[in-house]
Design a protein around this ligand. Structure first.
Ligand code: ADP
Length: 469
């Protein structure tokens, strides 16, 4: 069975957050079970790859509102990845330094989707499944079923995975001219609340809708930035499947980014060395408990709650913190102020740094995740795999993957995204930290939890099977 995943991100070529990790892992595990699974992403300027594994496979022209753009599609076949990535270059539109954040993003992603479908039309063997991820490829099911240009693709089952429904990619109706020609009666399939909404369109038209955790699906049916009614209406085709983690990348035994590799046999020594070196590099005392935070500094992640919570705890609890992330300017400023105030207690890196994130999972004792919204969350899964205790708000995928130690689980859970709940949870964490023997036993159990992709990949396979008969 041939499966094409459409995505804006794919690790290791283009990563902004968890979407990249998922799209960079699921196809590998699918390929191993006998599917022919590959990924299609835009060719960003920031993707720097050599010709070793790259070959040009298609050249065409895309006409968007009477303007012609050159399209080149490359196949990137690095055997170490375990699946192929197709890179779609639409000149001047996809080849920008960043993945997102441009005023013409709607046009960029329409161009990406149209150019990729144009290429698919030319293939000798069409895919059996087209799997779209988030709103960036949300117009694919519409283009495949409601436009003349792509009607040859209309019987291919389409799936939408929702990794984050906060972002829906809406834009004004004036940009409808960028879409392939369609009968005006279909405009209602594109419209949601007066705008063209790619996520809503995909929810309406995809054959199946998958959220990245079961609890997130229930939450979205209550509250989804205006799409809750639609998701409830379409509930028969919706299902929540938890993400897994790629144990070939996220494994403390082999992770090349760590100061010291370790296993469930050597974790005490290994984690100690990682903490020591991380603290040395950032001027922190390794004798103190270390709390980490890694993530996009946005409202959803609750990062704005941390400065007040840490003000109340850093000195009184005599603890250290490591913050890694970037995003909202005022949160970044607050983090910098915190660093000035507690220079010996705070490690700070504003920006994106893959290797440092791995070092934090391996060196920190606890990972703070006070999220307001968390579709699945991967950080807590990486933390568990590395023996770093997650402190999470009970929400979305965090609720599905972290059970409180008082309920025989391996983490600390709180109900509210609030300063008070974070402070209280930090207090509970320190009680556990001070019981060295118990803490160490729990760390070992955390590392033994199986969150590998095999299980989730099976659930995807069974959906594909149902759709293709
Ligand atoms: P989201 O996709 O909402 O950002 P996830 O928990 O699903 O959150 O995935 C986040 C991924 O991005 C993890 O791999 C995490 O380690 C990584 N990450 C987030 N921020 C940074 C950063 N500043 N530097 C390095 N890695 C980061």
């Amino acid at each position: 069975m041939k499966v094409f995943h459409f995505s804006a991100e794919c690790y290791p070529l283009a990563k902004v957050g968890g979407l990249a990790d998922v799209v960079g892992a699921l196809p590998k595990y699918q390929t191993r079970t006998g599917l022919e699974s590959s990924v299609i992403i835009p060719y960003y300027e920031s993707i720097r790859i050599t010709d070793d594994f790259r070959s040009q496979i298609h050249e065409s022209t895309l006409v968007l509102d009477k303007i012609s753009y050159d399209v080149i599609i490359y196949k990137y076949a690095d055997p170490d990845l375990g699946f192929d990535i197709f890179l779609v270059n639409v000149d001047s539109l996809t080849n920008r330094e960043n993945v997102y954040g441009y005023d013409d993003d709607p046009k960029r992603f329409i161009a990406f989707q149209r150019a990729a479908l144009q290429w698919i039309l030319t293939l000798e063997t069409l895919p059996d499944i087209i799997h779209c991820h988030d709103h960036h490829s949300g117009l694919i099911p519409f283009m495949m079923t409601k436009t003349v240009q792509f009607e040859a693709l209309q019987s291919i089952p389409t799936i939408l995975s929702i990794h984050n429904a906060q972002y829906q990619g809406s834009f004004g109706h004036e940009l409808a001219v960028l879409l392939p020609q369609f009968e005006t009666k279909y405009i209602n399939l594109l419209d949601w609340d007066g705008l063209i909404n790619p996520l809503a369109t995909a929810i309406k038209l995809a054959w199946r809708v998958i959220t990245v955790s079961p609890t997130y699906l229930k939450e979205l049916q209550q509250k989804a930035n205006g799409l809750e009614g639609l998701l409830t209406h379409e509930s028969d085709k919706c299902v929540g499947i938890l993400n897994g983690i790629d144990r070939e990348i996220w494994n403390p035994k082999t992770d090349p980014f760590l100061y010291e590799n370790y296993s469930t046999k050597t974790y005490k020594k290994g984690r100690k060395i990682n903490k020591l070196r991380l603290c040395e590099d950032f001027g922190l005392d390794p004798g103190k408990p270390l709390f980490g935070f890694i993530g996009r500094l946005v409202w959803e992640k609750g990062a704005d709650l941390l400065p007040a919570a840490l003000e109340k705890t850093i000195l009184t609890k005599d603890m250290n913190v490591f913050l890694l992330g970037s995003g909202l300017e005022d949160v970044e400023e607050q983090f910098k102020l915190l660093k000035k105030k507690f220079p010996d207690h705070l490690g700070l890196f504003i920006g994106y740094k893959e290797d440092l994130s791995h070092k934090i999972y391996a060196g920190a004792d606890f990972l703070l995740m006070p999220s307001r919204v968390e579709p699945c969350g991967l950080n807590q899964l990486y933390a568990l795999a590395y023996g770093c205790m997650p402190i999470v708000r009970r929400i979305g995928g965090l609720q599905d993957t972290v059970i409180d130690i008082n309920d025989d689980g391996l983490g600390i859970c709180h109900d509210e995204a609030s300063v008070e709940d974070i402070v209280y949870s930090i207090g509970r964490a320190l009680e556990i930290y001070n019981n060295k023997r118990r803490f160490s036993q729990i760390q070992k159990r955390m590392m033994q939890v199986d969150h590998s992709w095999e299980n989730s990949a099976k659930q995807y396979a069974s959906i594909y099977q149902t759709l293709t008969g």
